[in-house]
Design a protein around this ligand. Sequence first.
Ligand code: PLP
Length: 392
Amino acid sequence: MFETMRPPAPDSLMEVGRLFRADMRDEKIDLGVGTYRDGEGRIKIMAAVKQAEERQLKSQMGKGYLGPGGDQLYCERLMEALFPDLPAMADRRLSFVQTPGGTGAYRLGLELAAFRSPASRLIVGAPTWPNHIPVAERAGLRSVTYRHYDPATGTVDFDAMMEAVSDARPGDLFLLHGCCHNPTGAALSPAQWAELADALLEAKLLPLIDLAYAGMARGLVEDAAGTRRLLDRLPEAIIAISCSKSFGLYSERTGMLAVMAASPSAADACRLTAETFARSLWSNPPDHGAAIVRTILGDEGMRANWLAELDAMRHRLAGIRSRLAASGLPGTEPIAAQEGLFAMMPFDSGQIAAMREKHAVYMDMSGRINIAGLNAGNIDRFLHACRDMSHP
Ligand code: PLP
């Protein structure tokens, strides 16, 4: 039965990871997969996470199912941390479902949107996270792309974005990265978020905001401010939140879907529908990561500890950004004003392959680098390799 099956091409990042693991050179540099590393190149467990885990270990009495909607207290605390005093929360116009990671939240949000209006399309700025379009296809949604990024300036192509809004049909989903755009790092200004909110309202589009890196650019609430602008302005929105990066809980699959509806009864209908879909996708979400987040956010000391570590992470990223921008290499200048884990290097596929073969530097074939993979021990070698590529 399976003899004729042709596997789809793997996502390019998975391939980069495979090549990196197979490289035996000690000096190899991994700028591929999007995990935060500290100054020594480690994916560390955050101190507050360890503390919450210890408390969890002592206090957990059983391992029963959470139910398809998951832990609502975790969801409420996370929402409150990102969007303090949100009127829609007080008005009971929000519904939450705990999900396996941000990917689960994104998939569930798409399922809900496709159920609400099967003809709606997903409007996506390119380039984007390599999983966005395949997951939408799996959920049965057609996607339409527009140019999100202007490589000449290293900024968002805001005119193209606004044109995509006016070209969309009422009811279409408009995908946005809440902050720290993956892969470009290019961010919308507060004025652009405001203009976008007005345009989405006018065009009757449903924003789907992927918020996967809150706290990695300017601060937790600050990084959620663009999303907040949309929540304050529009009647409906879908938000897919990931705790993978902000809490370093990658393998614990910790995320949540938030749906804002126009009324409390519509919000209830969204929750019940999303729970039904969650039941058929993964039945129940995993408990451990969400319990950690709930514990950290519910304890003043742990919360302060976590926020301080998150601040240190974003300062480290900002420092690497400044260093890259000051390198004088072509195309690196805008990196300082961009944000988050990623930046695009202006290399073609031949140069990217040569970086790998000659210098053992691994980056995505799109030219995306995870700047958290750079540190005091390897950044000079990286810059040297880049110079070699720029002047072969
Ligand atoms: N959205 C974006 C833009 C991402 O980069 C990622 C992870 O790399 C995710 C969502 C999903 O994260 P996870 O499912 O691991 O929580």
